[in-house]
Structures are given as C-alpha cells and as structure tokens.
Design a protein around this ligand. Sequence first.
Ligand code: NAD
Length: 385
Amino acid sequence: MVSKVLLRLVSAVNRRRMKLLLGIALLAYVASVWGNFVNMRSIQENGELKIESKIEEIVEPLREKIRDLEKSFTQKYPPVKFLSEKDRKRILITGGAGFVGSHLTDKLMMDGHEVTVVDNFFTGRKRNVEHWIGHENFELINHDVVEPLYIEGLAKRVGARLLLASTSEVYGDPEVHPQTEDYWGHVNPIGPRACYDEGKRVAETMCYAYMKQEGVEVRVARIFNTFGPRMHMNDGRVVSNFILQALQGEPLTVYGSGSQTRAFQYVSDLVNGLVALMNSNVSSPVNLGNPEEHTILEFAQLIKNLVGSRSEIQFLSEAQDDPQKRKPDIRKAKLMLAWEPVVPLEEGLNKAIHYFRKELEYQANNQYIPKPKPARIKKGRTRHS
Ligand SMILES: NC(=O)c1ccc[n+]([C@@H]2O[C@H](COP(=O)([O-])OP(=O)(O)OC[C@H]3O[C@@H](n4cnc5c(N)ncnc54)[C@H](O)[C@@H]3O)[C@@H](O)[C@H]2O)c1
C-alpha cells in the first residue's frame, strides 16, 4: 500500500519534471528558431545594403555621363557667324592652344571659319580653347609638329596660304630705331637667345625659299611684344613679372637703370593684324606691334598703380644682350593692311591684371602661388624683349 502511494508520488513528481523539462526544451527551441530568424534577417538586410551600394557604384558613373551628355547638348558656344561654303575657310593653326594661337582661334571661329588646332600642349593648354570643344567648326589635334605633319606639302596641295608667326627678335639688339622691315637686324648668333632669334630668321628664309621653289603663298608677321589674358604667368617677361610681383606685394624687379624702352601691344590688336595680313596680297614681312614706347621704369610704375600695390621697385644689375630700344615702325601695316593698334595700354593692362588675379585665386585654392622667375633673366638677356 505504502509502496503504491510512493510510486504514484514519484510518478507525479516525474510527470511534473517531465512537463517542466518539456516546457524548457520548447522554450529553448523557440528561442533558437527566433535567433536564427533574427540572424537571417540581419544577413538579408546586410546583403540588401551591399547590393544597393554595388548598384550605386555602377549607376553613379552612368549618371555622371548622362549629366555630361546633357551639358554637351546644352553647351553654349560664343556666337559664331554663318559663312557660305565659298567664304568659309578651313584653317590649321599649329600652336593654337597657346596664348596668341588661342586668341586667333577665337577670332577665326567667331568669324565663321573652320579651325583645326594642332598642339602638343608644351606651353599651351586645353583650357585656352575648351570653350570650342565639340563645336562643329572646331577640331583639336594633340600632335607634336616635330613629327611630320607635312603642313607645307598640305598648303601646296590645297593651294592654301602659309602664315609664319615671326618676331621682332629677328632685329636682335637693333642699330636702327624704330625698326623697319627692310632692316636686316643685329643678332648675336651665339648669345643666350640666339636659338630663338636665329631659329625665327631661318624660318623666314625657309618660307621664302619654299615660296620661290613651290609657288606656295607665304605671309610673314614680325610680331612685337604682345600681352593679354592667357599669357604665361611664369615666362619671365616684363609684363607678367611686374603684374605678378605687384599682385603678390613683392618688389618689382627692374634690370639696369630701367631707362631701356619697350612697346607692348594688346593681343586683340595683334590678332586683327594677323587676319588682315593673311587676307592681304603682301608677301613680304610686315611688322605688327604697338609703337607707343615706354621705359621699363614707366611700365613698373604704371602696373604698380593699376594693381594698387604697395610693392617697392628694386633695381638689379643689367642683363646680357638686353636690347636698349625696341619699337616697331608700322607704316607698312598701316598703308598695306589699313591696320593699327587701337587698344589703349591701360585698358589692355587692366584686362591682363584681372586675368592674373583670377589665376592666382585659382592657384591659392590649391595652396600654390607661383613666383616669377628672375633667375633666368640674370643669366642671359632679359625677356623684357
Ligand atoms: N607673345 C609674343 O609676344 C610673341 C612675340 C613675337 C613672336 N611670337 C610668336 O608667336 C607664336 C605664339 O607665341 P605665344 O606667345 O602664343 O607662345 P605660346 O607658348 O603661348 O604658344 C605656343 C604654342 O605652341 C605649342 N607648341 C610648342 N611646341 C610644339 C610642338 N612641337 N608641336 C605642337 N605644338 C607645339 C605650345 O604648346 C603652345 O600652345 C610663337 O611662334 C612666337 O614665337 C610671340
């Protein structure tokens, strides 16, 4: 009897234990299923995030391309005249991404011609002609003209004219003042600037020899000092040097007494002269420059005032082969091309100062401010010329 009671008691306790155990096992199972479920969700969510970011990685460049394409469809070019097939010329400009070349490109494009620029961006830059990229009348070729381009051959084949951008440096340190086109010059053939001076002299020789031999029409512009926006910041020329020094509050460096004279023309005047020469029948060399002569010291003071700078003027020792006088005689251009410079010096200088100020701002944003290079001038002839 007692044992029966005991057995029931034990089995009752066991049943309860069993229930308890079953309950715990059930709870554990539910917990583990829940855990797996939560785990799977977070894996799924992570996976979704990863896929989304992968898609974003692929799509973003495509979006950018679409934006670029939209921009190129809506890009505004400077206004261009419409010329008939008969009047529209196809013009190739070597060095067209440089200072003078890019302004010539602008003028010819706006006049309605088709322009192909060939440049290796050695001293020029794409930025100078970027506003034409994509225009139906414009082509830009990245090419080094040291490699054959056969321009002369091309000119002969298509009956085109060849314009040579020669220089006043062919007159060297002149004994004739002002310099006329029939003056043969006074060049030191082994001086520090001889490669440039003699190089241009020989380029003129070759052009005229080619004209005589092959009957190709040649135009030669003897360009005097030119300045304006897009000129090189650090080429050591007097205008760029003075503007940079004045803008940066550094002393304006004058070599010698500053009494040597120079005459500067604004770039738009030069470009008009080049176009007039190209369209003319004048096959002999023509001076293109501004005959308004100033001493270097006058330039320094004028630029200092226009910039509103408190820079001092510092005198350094005279440089070798520095021409004492340089002034074009432009009677030929006036007579034969009906051309003369029209932009007043101060107006041109203000435009150049504005350009340099902006360039310095761009560079300052990159924490870089260029310095002019007076060292180069000390060694050889100054680029006051
Ligand atoms: N700026 C002046 O005051 C001045 C005065 C006299 C003569 N010039 C003559 O006018 C021309 C233009 O002068 P600039 O002041 O505009 O100079 P620049 O240096 O701004 O332009 C020259 C251009 O020619 C390109 N170039 C150089 N070597 C090349 C090569 N091997 N192949 C292809 N392209 C090349 C350069 O990248 C640059 O775009 C030059 O022939 C220069 O001698 C200029």
